[in-house]
Design a binder for this molecule. Structure first.
Ligand code: ZN
Length: 459
């Protein structure tokens, strides 16, 4: 273009002049390009959209040249658009030096095909259900709206540079077929200091994590009993990111529902809330101490037993979340309710309910409901039980497992539900360096035999 323009302007050159001019200028270019920097050569290749040249330049680049490129926001941004599919792996060498959040997010999307934020249709639906909520005020309550009700906030938070780099690092080494099942990873605001956490719904292919920038490298993993837990020293945010991803690939208990997997810890599905008689039978059979204090005669016994079943059936974990507050009222209600089923009951329901509500079995059932902060996965071994039992997920199955599961565990949280054991195994296996170095031989054997450690090699 420049040449054509100069010819038009000058207008006096002969054809021969022009030709010799072009030849000499081509020679100049060739000489120049030998001395041009990597960035200059790359810039020219990017402007021409010469993906083959970009590819060969990237292959020959030195470490420091890649670092400088990553920090050159404009060039880095444009270079990403000129990478062939097979050259996307170069981003692995660049991303940790990128300082611009938008470019970093683009790096992540190009490399993994995963949105950072509620972007896909499924992700937007996920957000509608799970990413709006209350926000605590300084007095232990929630911030109120104009009508005095708890105000509802959009909890989606913008990603930060340190967060994106951590997500990138965390999922980089996972089997590509697993990453391909994820649509969106959302950052959620966290109302509590040092509160790394997350949540996933496999159906949406979407999950969220929450973190503070200053805690992104923290290794204070949640719900550990102590240093003996296998996940103890691993970085908490990386583990959370990979843990939630594990729930996506475990859709419909694809892995955590398998007999061979459940046999490792000794999980037994004891039924749902509607199987209350079976669950109370289990508690009675496995308790080593007195279950029903204040129970003195056969009438009491019938009422106490029936009330225990009603408590399993009727109450949700959320309603019983705090035994000290509404939990007490619920227990009394269930005991009083039981009187209606005992013909000609003689005792005063109010007095008996008062006596019975502090019995071991009622406290035990309240504490064993999903979402209660006293279930074994949060506070450890339940006392007086020869075998543990509690409800896994809200409205879901009650599981039992042997007390010895506490002797060698990944984390306490592993013992919430077989689905959580799978997620804890998956994250601890993959985040440990080298992979599998923190998990037990029996877990690793099953994991690798099942092909969860890597995708099958293409032949
Ligand atoms: Zn989980």
């Amino acid at each position: 273009m420049d040449k054509a323009l100069s010819q038009e302007t000058l207008g006096t050159k002969t054809l021969q002049d022009q030709m010799s001019n072009e030849v000499s200028s081509d020679e100049d270019e060739a000489q120049d390009s030998e001395h041009e920097s990597f960035e200059t050569k790359l810039s020219k290749a990017v402007i021409r959209r010469d993906t083959a040249l970009v590819s060969s330049l990237m292959k020959g680049a030195e470490e420091n040249e890649l670092e400088a490129l990553a920090k050159n926001t404009k060039l880095m941004d444009e270079t990403l658009d000129c990478l062939n599919d097979e050259d996307l792996k170069f981003i692995d060498k660049l991303y940790m030096h990128v300082e611009d959040l938008d470019v970093l997010t683009k790096c992540f999307f190009y490399r993994f095909g995963v949105n950072l934020g509620a972007t896909s249709d499924e992700g937007k639906e996920f957000k509608r259900y799970f990413m709006y909520g209350t926000w605590p005020d300084v007095n232990g309550g929630n911030i109120k709206d104009d009508q005095g009700n708890d105000a509802i906030f959009d909890l989606e938070a913008p990603w930060s540079v340190v967060g994106v780099k951590t997500v990138y690092k965390a999922i980089q080494g996972l089997p590509p077929s697993h990453i391909a099942q994820v649509k969106d990873i959302i950052r959620r605001s966290t109302p509590y200091l040092n509160n790394i956490g997350g949540g996933a719904v496999a159906h949406y292919g979407t999950y969220y994590v929450q973190y503070y920038d200053e805690d992104a490298d923290s290794n204070s993993a949640g719900y550990c009993e102590g240093p003996a837990d296998r996940c103890y020293e691993l970085p908490a945010l990386e583990r959370t990111i990979v843990h939630e991803l594990a729930h996506i690939i475990d859709k419909d208990q694809l892995y955590s529902g398998r007999d061979e997997f459940r046999a490792i810890t000794g999980w037994v599905d004891e039924g749902k809330n509607s199987d209350s008689a079976k669950i109370v039978d289990f508690i009675e059979a496995n308790a080593s101490g007195a279950l029903y204090e204040g129970v003195v005669d056969d009438e009491d016994k019938s009422i106490a037993r029936l009330a225990a079943e009603l408590l399993v059936e009727n109450s949700t974990g959320y309603a019983l979340n705090s035994y000290e507050s509404n939990g007490v009222a619920q227990v009394k209600d269930r005991i009083k309710e039981a009187y209606y089923y005992i013909p000609d009951a003689k005792a005063d329901p109010e007095i008996k309910a008062e006596a019975m509500q502090n019995s071991f079995i009622f406290k035990f059932i309240v504490s064993s409901k999903s979402s209660n902060s006293n279930v074994p996965c949060y506070r450890g071994l339940m006392p007086l039980m020869n075998r543990q039992i509690h409800q896994g997920y809200e409205g879901g199955a009650w599981y039992s497992f042997p007390n010895k599961a506490f002797d060698d565990k990944i984390s306490l949280y592993q013992l919430r539900d077989p689905g959580e054991e799978f997620a804890e195994l998956y994250s601890t296996y993959h985040v440990a360096a080298p992979k599998g170095s923190k998990t037990s031989a029996v877990h690793n054997d099953w994991f690798e035999k099942t092909g969860l450690h890597e995708d099958p090699q293409k032949t």
